[in-house]
Design a protein around this ligand. Structure first.
Ligand SMILES: Cc1cc2nc3c(=O)[nH]c(=O)nc-3n(C[C@H](O)[C@H](O)[C@H](O)COP(=O)(O)OP(=O)(O)OC[C@H]3O[C@@H](n4cnc5c(N)ncnc54)[C@H](O)[C@@H]3O)c2cc1C
Length: 416
């Protein structure tokens, strides 16, 4: 079913009886050419691009819970292409370009909103670093503007500019960054993949990998054994547990990251703001709630819920940047399990086991990567070669010393 204004009017006039489920409730088949483990944004995007761009074949996505129940439906919805290093920026720029055409491609309203991201600057050293980052972004085809304090004041007059400890001295503005409705991304990719024949199988947990003579043959699941030509793993915060089924130990730790939403307020934050002196970033949803987050919980956990000390830390940072926040009521908060790699950068790579491929280590920045991670993982699964924008995301980089040490782009375990 294609969506159109005409279809919407027709359904509105006929009691909305003609809408069909967005994807089939597929039953597992005995075997597939490709089995993707994890029905988050990355797994679904991988299946979609495998089916659309790389020539079909029999594809299944296995999800232990329900589509959108993982981090893809738990994040703070920020997308951006504002990285510094060559290993990263071309990839995130590719991703942003895919976001810019996503709704047309999927025929699905994902509420892609390029409302701009402003990284605040509080010292001369930060300004130097921001200038360098901005230049790297522009060289890679992205956009960046360095603002002085007056430039920031014109956009966000309510910030705490003259805080004695962390005065705001300017900001790096990335106008093409913004937000996207997170769960709609999962639903849009699921629908697009289903339309191209992908079996999306929910409530199907992978409990084992059948490996013989160094080759993967299939997966054991809560719904029986499923044979597979190739297996792609995209399970975000559960990466270490899943790859342990293949006796692999990853350079990844799992930590909880929390998100927060305030009561609905009149629109006053037009874009996304990130604090350069505390753990806090914030945007305002179309319903008026302030959507914000901060640091990860410090100790390892697979529990999908947060802890109070981090709530205090994030709210404290928020109020030091936006004093008016002190009067807003917090409505909701939740946690998601992050797959934190040791250099803060991800992996999209083959493993030493033939037919087993891994996508993970996205730390708390994998939502913005969803389209490119899906595309590049599909490329790898199909061709056995990395996509040109993802050549640095190798599993062996800690042995060879080719870390992608992207500082200032989010927390990572080795900084705590
Ligand atoms: C609070 C919070 C805020 C964030 N904010 C941002 C942000 O603003 N911008 C940004 O870019 N990123 C952000 N992120 C990070 C981003 O959400 C993740 O990096 C990204 O969503 C991970 O990829 P995914 O969507 O495929 O993960 P998920 O949606 O978690 O998908 C993985 C799926 O694998 C399934 N699974 C696990 N084990 C098995 C198994 N054994 N068998 C079958 N299925 C299994 C899980 O149930 C899950 O559905 C945030 C994350 C959180 C938690």
């Amino acid at each position: 079913m294609r969506y159109s204004a005409f279809g919407l009017i027709k359904e509105a006039l006929s009691g909305h009886k003609g809408w069909r489920p967005q994807w089939r409730d597929a039953a597992p088949q005995a075997a597939y050419d490709y089995v993707i483990i994890g029905g988050g944004g990355h797994g679904l995007a991988t299946a979609y691009y495998l089916a659309k761009e790389f020539g079909g074949a029999r594809i299944a996505v296995l999800e232990k819970g329900w589509i959108g129940g993982g981090n893809v439906g738990r994040n703070t919805t920020i997308i951006r292409s504002n990285y510094l290093l060559d290993g990263n920026e071309p990839f995130y720029e590719f991703s942003l370009k895919l976001w810019e055409n996503l709704e047309q491609d999927l025929n699905y309203n994902a509420m892609v909103s390029q409302r701009g991201i402003l990284n605040l600057i509080h010292s001369d050293a930060q300004r130097d670093a921001a200038r360098r980052r901005g230049n790297a972004m522009i060289l890679n085809g992205s956009d960046a503007e360095l603002l002085d304090a007056d430039g920031v004041r014109a956009m966000y007059p309510f910030l705490n500019f003259d805080d004695a400890r962390f005065p705001i001295k300017g900001g790096l503005l990335h106008r093409r960054g913004g937000t996207v409705r997170h769960d709609a991304v999962a639903w849009g990719y699921a629908r697009g993949a289903d339309l191209r024949g992908v079996d999306i199988i929910q409530n199907c947990e992978v409990t084992g990998l059948r490996i013989e003579s160094g080759k993967v043959l299939g997966v054991e699941t809560s719904r029986g054994y499923i044979g597979a030509g190739k297996v792609g793993v995209s399970v975000a915060g559960n990466s270490s547990r899943l790859m342990a089924l293949a006796d692999m130990r990853l350079p990844i730790e799992s930590h909880v990251l929390q998100a927060f939403v305030s009561e609905g307020l009149k629109p006053f934050i037009p874009g996304v703001i990130t604090y350069g002196a505390g753990h806090f970033y914030c945007s305002q949803s179309d319903k008026g709630g302030l959507v914000f987050g901060g640091d990860i919980d410090m100790y390892n956990s697979y529990a999908q819920r947060g802890n109070l000390p981090v709530v205090e830390d994030v709210v404290e940072s928020g109020i030091s940047l936006i004093p008016a926040l002190g009067r807003a009521r917090l409505l909701r908060s939740w946690g998601g399990i992050m797959d934190m790699s040791m250099d803060g950068s991800p992996f999209i790579d083959k493993t030493h086991i033939e037919g087993l491929y891994f996508n993970g280590g996205w730390c708390y920045g994998g939502f913005k990567a969803t389209p490119a991670a899906g595309y590049c993982f599909a490329h790898l699964l199909k061709t056995d070669r990395p996509h040109e924008t993802a050549t640095a995301y190798r599993l062996d980089r800690f042995m060879s010393g080719h870390m992608i040490d992207e500082k200032g782009q989010g927390a990572q375990p080795n900084l705590h």
